[in-house]
Design a protein around this ligand. Structure first.
Ligand SMILES: [Zn+2]
Length: 261
């Protein structure tokens, strides 16, 4: 989901970051994560990468779209449990990009190509929830940790003389070289956290289904799938999984809706 140039800036800037070893637990799924770099380093880099991406883009030209993204985004941010994040929501004017991203520290952008699909607030909450899910589950930090761990492992191996087979093995072990923004398990995790966030913010989790269906329709017949879908081998399977998970988030949604009346 994160555009390649932003990812490169993030990884490049991380090279000088301090090393540490710590464990984290992803929200909602409770998955244990090994972290080799500090969260503050990743947040700092996220904010640099965000500024860089915004400075190269045409921004916020459609007031209606900006208002929708900020209205929905702020509600999602309120339930994300990260008061330390400096949340920011912008629209990047790129009609050909059906995409969105959230960087560590709460820096969120939605491309106008995605908004031009004509999303309801509930549907927009599905995609912002998914992206914020990546951010609060610290998937970038995990990814960078894997890269750092990979470099460490390489240097430990016989004076840098690593056979291509060994290098390939390490690559596979760390999930590097797959060319994907996030791993598939991180994508599924972001889907779940997204459902939780949208429900607690009072958005109907069932809109996640119509959102992904709209995405599939919009990208059908296109030469290649947009980044938002690229890490999923089967969109149908993703939609089935989301469909199966929705019932457990409905009571949360009903409660949030009652509380807001
Ligand atoms: Zn994703």
């Amino acid at each position: 989901m994160i555009p390649t140039n932003v990812r490169k800036a993030l990884l490049g800037a991380m090279l000088g970051a301090s090393l540490l070893s710590a464990c984290a637990t992803a929200p909602v799924t409770g998955r244990q994560q090994l972290m080799l770099v500090s969260e503050s380093d990743v947040v700092r880099m996220g904010s640099l990468a965000y500024r860089q991406e915004l400075s190269q883009s045409r921004l916020n030209s459609n007031p209606q779209q900006v208002a929708q993204v900020r209205r929905v985004g702020q509600r999602i941010a309120q339930v994300a449990n990260r008061p330390d994040y400096q949340w920011e929501f912008n629209v990047i004017d790129e009609p050909q990009s059906i995409n969105a991203f959230a960087l560590p520290g709460g820096k969120v952008a939605v491309y106008s190509g995605l908004l031009n699909l004509g999303l309801s607030d509930d549907e927009l909450a599905a995609v912002i929830g998914h992206e914020v899910g990546h951010a609060i589950a610290q998937h970038s930090r995990e990814r960078v940790s894997q890269q750092v761990g990979f470099d460490l492992a390489l240097s430990v191996l016989a004076g840098g003389r690593v056979s291509p087979q060994t290098a390939q093995l390490i690559n596979t072990a760390f999930g590097i070289g797959v060319g994907l923004p996030f791993e598939r398990r991180q994508e599924s995790e972001a889907d779940l956290i997204g459902l939780d966030l949208m429900a607690r913010a009072g958005y109907d989790p069932r809109a996640a289904l119509s959102f992904w269906q709209k995405m599939m329709q919009a990208t059908r017949g296109a030469g290649r799938p947009p980044e938002l879908l690229s890490s999923h081998p089967s969109d149908q399977r993703r939609i089935r999984t989301i469909q199966a998970e929705i019932p457990r988030f409905m009571p949360i949604y009903e409660r949030a809706k009652r509380a807001s009346r």
